[in-house]
Design a protein around this ligand. Structure first.
Ligand code: NAG
Ligand code: NAG
Ligand code: NAG
Length: 533
């Protein structure tokens, strides 16, 4: 497999993190791709798919993979050896109008799959994905976000039209404009892809595609004809309550992929997703469970570190970068010579560009069973939309650092925002915390990255015995994370829950620059090898 269109994997390293009442999660780094190919067993079962995807995870993935085939993988491109799941999403291309040629945009650092362990109210644990569990989030044919943007306040999400799966699915997409010199935008703030002029002007570090999967399950079906109906979004997309009929809470999956759109800054052209979508509204993603269910259940119960680091889960077997970077799927013969990287006269599969805003009517969102296995399921056909004149799409929402929150409220764009106060606690209704580690004192590595900082837990104060605790400040469970990408340490606040809890588990860590001894550097350098073969 060719990885030349992808940067070398980079280490994911949280530095100092102050967390109050955070919710458990882990962030699965899948820093290498196993392929870019027109494969999609959920939509095009046992046949070549309509459009190209960036594929990550177990190399047992194929046009007809299920959990057994994934578990039989001989490698996985994710950091944890036990995770052979298949994660895939359509790739991003740049179209040069002068030549008419398409080029795959570089994916910076592969992708991240967050497993947010958010149980239902009153419950302690989430339920692991069962064998053969699979799902799609998003709709490849959608071409507009049909609600006000930025989103209305979350307090309104319990009323029509926001209390619908239709809204929640559209709100589950995010296109985060990255400029590490500014405060970060909130996750899932904008639901469509800004145009190229906007990206060039504002998003120096590229754009992060984000997608949340439904986490409420009917508890019965591992799949459904359209790969969606057996699951549902909770009331606040990432958190909140499960709707009737979907009582079982799964790990909440959230994918992030950074595309280096800025590499094309100043060039005339446009970005188009491999499914022919320039709006972003048709972005979607797929998942097939490739965990042993018992193992995943154990991990979900026990790996409840608030750091999000897979290193902090004692059950996980971590792989070396060399190991997970050297993992590719076997392409079906029909795709072995299909170009997908550069100089392409059309999108792979000759997918037409359909700008919208009307519904695109490309590939059916449901599966198209071909073989005897799995048992055939009916093909879902969406009703044709009314024919109507298309108004121009609304302009992209302005860059928002999440600092303009009305105090005390959590509107998306700010929902994910919280202020990192000097005391290390998150003030409700606050602003985004952006923590960029200054490069001073940390010698740059050859690839432009910095050596990993070392996390030193703050030791408990020995004596005297602590005074009675002060009244707990209002606190909100937070998914907060820091990672390094493209040489920058980035703090990302994924989500601040609406509910007040009284849990007061505080993790204090401080971060210091890594030592620069030869042994240390050597270990680190391994992570920046290029893998071209
Ligand atoms: C949740 O996980 C813990 C830790 O493994 C376990 O002791 C407990 O029985 C689990 N609770 C439920 C309700 O499954
Ligand atoms: C990559 O994996 C193949 C077998 O899957 C092996 O032959 C090869 O030596 C590996 N390369 C590296 C650089 O580890
Ligand atoms: C937006 O997309 C929906 C389908 O998702 C479609 O029904 C609607 O007509 C579209 N809006 C416009 C203005 O085309």
């Amino acid at each position: 497999m060719r990885l030349s269109n992808m940067v070398a994997p980079r280490a994911l390293l949280p530095v100092g993190m102050f967390t109050l009442s955070a919710s458990a999660f882990w962030r699965m780094p899948c820093m290498a791709r196993t392929g870019v190919a027109r494969i999609d067993p959920l939509v095009s079962w046992n046949e070549i798919a309509e459009h190209a995807h960036s594929i990550h995870g177990g190399n047992g993935f194929s046009i007809s993979a299920k959990t057994d085939e994934l578990l039989a993988s001989t490698c996985t491109s994710c950091a944890v050896a036990e995770d052979k799941s298949a994660y895939w999403h359509p790739s991003l291309y740049f179209k040069d109008p002068a030549t008419g040629k398409f080029t795959l945009v570089n994916q910076l650092g592969g992708m991240l799959a967050y497993y947010l362990l958010q149980p239902n109210n009153g419950e302690k644990n989430v339920t692991a994905f069962p064998k053969d569990f699979e799902m799609i989030s998003g709709d490849t044919n959608r071409r507009n976000f049909s609600y006000p943007s930025p989103d209305v306040e979350k307090s309104l999400w319990n009323k029509a039209p926001y209390n619908t799966q239709e809204f929640l699915e559209q709100a589950a997409l995010g296109f985060n404009c990255l400029d590490y010199s500014k405060a970060p935008e909130g996750s899932l703030y904008r639901h469509t892809l800004p145009d190229k002029a906007y990206l060039d002007a504002n998003c120096k570090n590229g754009v992060r595609f984000e997608i949340m999967f439904p986490s409420c399950w009917d508890g019965k079906r591992v799949s459904s004809p359209n790969k969606k109906d057996h699951v549902a979004f909770p009331s606040l997309v990432m958190t909140g309550d499960c709707p009737k009929g979907y009582p079982v809470r799964l790990p909440s999956l959230f994918y992030e992929t950074i595309w280096d759109t800025y590499a094309f800054a100043g060039k005339d052209g446009e970005f188009v997703i491999a499914n022919g979508d320039t709006s972003g509204a048709g972005y979607h993603a797929d998942f097939i469970n490739g965990w042993d269910t018992k193992f995943l259940q154990d991990a979900s119960n026990k790996c409840t570190s608030l750091s999000g680091r897979v290193e902090d889960c004692p059950l996980f077997t971590l792989q070396s970068d060399d190991r997970y970077s050297n993992c590719s799927i076997t392409l079906p013969a029909a795709l072995q010579n299909e170009p997908v990287y550069e100089g392409l006269p059309a999108l792979p599969g000759n997918v037409p560009i359909i700008d919208g805003p009307g519904y695109a009517h490309g590939a059916a969102p449901g599966g198209q069973p071909g073989g005897a296995n799995p048992p055939p399921i009916p093909v879902y056909s969406p009703p044709p939309p009314p024919v109507q004149a298309s108004p121009p799409p609304p302009p992209a929402p302005a860059y928002s650092s999440g600092t303009k929150l009305p105090s005390g409220s959590f509107a998306p764009g700010g929902v994910f925002a919280a202020k990192l106060t000097p005391s290390g606690s998150f003030a409700p209704g606050g602003v985004f915390a952006a923590k960029l580690t200054p490069s001073g004192g940390i010698p740059p590595a050859e690839t432009g990255s910095v050596p990993p900082p070392i996390i030193i837990p703050v030791p408990p104060t020995p004596t005297p015995p602590p005074p009675p605790p002060p009244p707990a400040p209002p606190s909100k469970p937070i998914y907060s994370t820091e990672y390094k990408t493209n040489g920058n340490v980035v703090q990302e606040i994924l989500w601040v829950l609406e509910e007040i809890t009284v849990t007061a588990s505080v993790t204090n860590t401080v971060s210091v620059p890594a030592p620069t001894g030869p042994g240390y550097r050597k270990r680190h350098m391994l992570q920046h090898k290029r893998h071209g073969y």
